[in-house]
Ligand binder design. Sequence first.
Ligand code: FHN
Length: 481
Amino acid sequence: MKMKRNLLLLLIPLMFTCQTSLAQQPAAQGDKVSLVHGAHRTGRRTDAAMARWRAYGLGQFIHWGLYSIPGGEWDGKTYNGAAEWIRSWDGITKSAYDSLIYHFNPVKFDATAWAAAAQQMGAKYVTITTKHHDGFCLWPSKYTSYTVASSPYKKDLIKPLVDAYNKAGIDVILYFSIMDWSNPDWRYDIKTKDDSIAFERFKKFTRNQLLELLERYPTTKGLWFDGTWDNAWVKQAAFADELETEMRKMRPGLIIGSRFRADENGKRHFDTNGQLMGDYEQGWERKIPNTITEVHGNDWDCVMTVPENQWGYNAAWKGHIKTTDELLEMLAKCVSLDGNFVLNFGPKGDGSIRKEELSLAREIGDWMAVNQEAIYGCEYAGLEPQNWGYFTKKTGTDKIYMLVFNVPVSGALRVKLPVQTSISKAYRLGQPAQTFVPEEIQASESFIHLKTTSEKHPFVIVLETAKKTENPKVKYEKAKT
Ligand code: FHN
């Protein structure tokens, strides 16, 4: 008995260590622990800024920095990791990487052209790397010389991007990596007094840079944090909490996801009581929930790469490259489960965007031009999922959208609506003359019969619904078993 207790005492700290390094899951509901630095809100934010974020549907991610110059290759050798992590590879020395700053001269950079491509794709927001893990800043930060100001290009890159995207009607969110390999005060953990002194300096530096960004780019809608998983930062619950409050005060409405801070027990994303920390769940990187129960009623976004795991420019995209239809299906699935879908672009070191990404953006945009009504301002429809695709619902209306990706051989698409609801009108988006007469097969269950089963691309059928007055029990008999 005593041995068992001792074993348990040994295991408890181990369990906590593992939890902080793994993807966090909501804690089981039980007795609530009193927390000072846990979630400060239960449930979703209800203000206008968050409602705007929720309605975006589609976003663009941009990873751009010094790593975009080598593009995953160095000295004729290929780095197998993610191109933006190349500095951590022993195939390149740190000093060689850091001296890339003297070659950073993106003469082909055209903020207006980037924004135009994003706008045509249908992105409602963009998340831009102001500074990735290497610490190189795309803005001329006052707090380090490792910025674009020290490169041959010299000029701020964030300002023209913010201006051009805002002009194109696209909201800007700034990506910021807390982990900073360029700063000698950065620590993965704090084990000694010296670590502690250095990290105090690092915290001050981080705060300065964040306030500087919010000061310089006042239209910023949110901050997308990354590189927050190491112990040194996880231990800073009080500091991070205060800083978050300070930033929110400075820019009311600011949107910050669940990656920024840990609670006093080192729990990330979800606090010790299982409550989401921050405004939306930031754990859906290159993955999408399968069911609505997995999102626990929270806001969330999914950030996605075109190849398997390459964010920064990689000259030799390897493995499976996602197609337009695959990406559209991900977009549809995210919106159908109350999330936003954010597609990553990795521009080259010279400032141009690779042709494959531009062509994906164009094709997604062509589809969005016809079908955007089923994406923007849409949410989980509350209907039983069907194999042909995804349902979305226009927030605050009775309009349901069927985003069809797999046409059954029968050409009959099953729809189950809530009881006492009927379809008053069904038509195809972009082709309103193509209407459908639903065949009711059960109470509130119908088939939409397609006119052809040879569709080549995903399409959308709009269902206008209305409440029924007749009693379904009269018409359909239940089986006696
Ligand atoms: O390590 C980074 C990675 O390079 C990339 O920036 C992604 C984007 O979500 N975030 C990190 C891993 O979570």
